[in-house]
Design a protein around this ligand. Sequence first.
Ligand SMILES: CCCCCCCCCCCCCCCCC(=O)SCCNC(=O)CCNC(=O)[C@H](O)C(C)(C)COP(=O)(O)OP(=O)(O)OC[C@H]1O[C@@H](n2cnc3c(N)ncnc32)[C@H](O)[C@@H]1OP(=O)(O)O
Ligand SMILES: Nc1ncnc2c1ncn2[C@@H]1O[C@H](COP(=O)(O)OP(=O)(O)OP(=O)(O)O)[C@@H](O)[C@H]1O
Ligand SMILES: O=C(O)CCC(=O)C(=O)O
Ligand SMILES: [Fe+2]
Ligand SMILES: [Mg+2]
Length: 332
Amino acid sequence: MSRAADRLKVVVNHLDRPSSFVQASTSGQNVAYYQPQALRYSFDNDLLSTEQRISYEEDGFLLIKGLVSGEDIDRFRAAFERICRREVQVPGLVVMRDVSIAKSEFVPDQKAISKLQDFQEEPELFRYCSLPQILNYVECFTGPNIMAMHTMLINKPPDTGNKTSRHPMHQDLHYFPFRPADRIVCSWTAMEKVNRQNGCLVVLPGSHHGTLKEHDYPEWEGGVNKMYHGVRDHDPNHPRVHLEMEKGDTVFFHPLLIHGSGKNQTQGFRKAISCHYASADCYYIDVRGTTQENIGQEVKEIAARKYAVDDVTFEDTWAVRGRLVQGERTNL
Ligand SMILES: CCCCCCCCCCCCCCCCC(=O)SCCNC(=O)CCNC(=O)[C@H](O)C(C)(C)COP(=O)(O)OP(=O)(O)OC[C@H]1O[C@@H](n2cnc3c(N)ncnc32)[C@H](O)[C@@H]1OP(=O)(O)O
Ligand SMILES: Nc1ncnc2c1ncn2[C@@H]1O[C@H](COP(=O)(O)OP(=O)(O)OP(=O)(O)O)[C@@H](O)[C@H]1O
Ligand SMILES: O=C(O)CCC(=O)C(=O)O
Ligand SMILES: [Fe+2]
Ligand SMILES: [Mg+2]
């Protein structure tokens, strides 16, 4: 029996989802197999192997080594540095500083910047979101109509000793007022070697099988960055995986996957570039009365302050930032 078929059995036993598989009898043994259509998290196409599809189904992430070239990464880094030196003005760009230095004097240097958000109007950085090799993978999860909904370049600073460089365990779906979750995917590319020392991604494999959990600010003594909500309670005994990656390696992960990143214990600034994609056929939801109401309110307040408007909705803040990168803008 092939390795893929072997893993199918494991997945079936592991997930215990009677409706998604059929019983088959081989050599007198009763064995459960997935039917092709029972793989709900990805589409059947020529790019993903059955093993890769099962792996995403089971774990909620898929790591592809060497997907982005060193040359491209160097160009993204140069664009980031131009922004840090304030040589360019980018409409809509959010430049974030770590909470531990947010109130100190401004230095126009990468050392003051822990994250860029919303670089959809910066052509060089946004090129990342349209790289054909990335979109080919994204399409496996979203289908052909693809929106780039959220863009980030994370420059995780050396921890100042307060542990504020940590990113609490969270599910990205908490921030998104659109569905269905299975048609949303994040691509996250290491811009240099990332490991436990400099605060690589940490994931709870399989956690995407659960539902969206309640998120809030973690009670950390040293402070927490604005809008860095964490899952209120996740099973501390769930196995964790530290995703150590080389420059250009890219991980695709599901928006319900619980993940975070540890503190950066080196003197370097750990860099990664990422984009959250969604099928343009997704639809907006009203988060009032749901666990997402708290983040919806915070984002609305920030948008209102930033753009001096008072009737902006949480959905609007996404609709204005989203950009079509493939196919047709049908809905979002
Ligand atoms: C169309 C409009 C869109 C509106 C934008 C809304 C943003 C939406 C974010 C959604 C995120 C989705 C992501 C999905 C993936 C999951 C995650 O990424 S989780 C983390 C998400 N959160 C963030 O990314 C935080 C983003 N940061 C910011 O938006 C800004 O940095 C900011 C915190 C709003 C501050 O920006 P700005 O107002 O420009 O900064 P200042 O004028 O210097 O400071 C104002 C005020 O805020 C304090 N401050 C600054 N930085 C921080 C910080 N890191 N933590 C806490 N507080 C901070 C600063 O001290 C000032 O305070 P004061 O008391 O008013 O002096
Ligand atoms: N004490 C804690 N309470 C809550 N969340 C934590 C705690 N320690 C780490 N985390 C979260 O777990 C994830 C990574 O943890 P990890 O243990 O790898 O990092 P670290 O504790 O910063 O560093 P390390 O354990 O490698 O010294 C991050 O999301 C981090 O925010
Ligand atoms: O790069 C990191 O540290 C994690 C970022 C992340 O998970 C996020 O911003 O949603
Ligand atoms: Fe995240
Ligand atoms: Mg730890």
